[in-house]
Design a protein around this ligand. Structure first.
Ligand SMILES: C[S@@+](CC[C@H](N)C(=O)[O-])C[C@H]1O[C@@H](n2cnc3c(N)ncnc32)[C@H](O)[C@@H]1O
Length: 227
């Protein structure tokens, strides 16, 4: 039987983020995001300082989120599909005294033992997966977490199977997702309790505001089989 091939969007996303890595960092630095506010809420829930292991999916340049996790004393495994983005993480954070492990590649290709992490976070990155993969990823995240572990993610609010743009920050880009209710159901269906699920509209340009669903969740008592 033929193995499933990678979705066409992966090569596009990798190539585009390799090109726009610095542009993206510069652009997002201009507009406020609730990332840090939510990350501080998560950090308050984690085990004692210096004693927690966090997986970050689609870490970008590592600023501000990976940096904040490291500063808080977490051991971080940070993943991104773009080698340019990971190059920026290395420039920005160095080896972080051995507290940072970088993994290049599609987050759908990652494998970890069950119960490996206290938290899994993903900011503006799951939205780049085809939504059929988002469902699978959420279940895998559940399996990678320790009992009582947390997720902090943001998702879109629009039901769209495939959203492709030719020139996002000048390059081609792909997104996919469910609407707010669909996303909440996906999170619940993967075995998480939703501690906070809030739609926040954020400014992306002077005349453009985009809503995202922010989810702070906790692994439920019912352990699900990893997919
Ligand atoms: C919008 S950026 C967000 C970066 C960072 N999380 C932040 O908040 O600034 C999305 C990031 O996800 C990465 N990404 C997209 N699809 C991915 C995939 N399938 N696997 C791993 N990383 C991916 C991109 O390379 C990019 O760095």
């Amino acid at each position: 039987m033929a193995l499933p091939t990678s979705h066409f969007s992966k090569a596009l996303i990798e190539k585009s983020y390799d090109k726009v890595a610095l542009r993206y960092l510069d652009w997002t630095s201009q507009y406020p995001s609730p990332r840090e506010q939510y990350l501080r809420k998560l950090l308050a829930l984690l085990p004692e300082r210096g004693d927690s292991r966090v997986l970050e999916l689609g870490c970008g340049a590592g600023i501000p989120c990976t940096k904040l996790l490291i500063e808080h004393g977490c051991e971080v495994v940070a993943n991104d599909i773009s080698s340019e983005q990971l190059g920026l993480v290395r420039q920005n954070l160095g080896s972080s005294d051995g507290k940072l492990d970088l993994i290049k590649g599609d987050m759908m290709e990652l494998e970890f033992r069950p119960g490996s992490f206290d938290a899994v976070v993903a900011f503006y990155s799951i939205i780049h997966l085809p939504r059929t993969e988002q469902n699978i990823l959420l279940s895998r995240m559940q399996g990678w977490l320790k009992h009582g572990g947390h997720i902090l993610i943001n998702l879109g609010t629009t039901d769209v199977a495939e959203d492709f743009r030719e020139a996002w920050l000048g390059e081609g880009m792909y997104w996919s997702g469910f609407d707010t209710e669909g996303n909440k159901n996906m999170v619940l269906g993967a075995g998480f309790e939703i501690l906070e699920g809030e739609v926040i509209s954020q400014r992306e340009e002077e005349d453009k505001v985009v809503p995202f669903l922010w989810v702070l969740g906790k692994k439920g008592l019912e352990a699900k089989e990893q997919m």
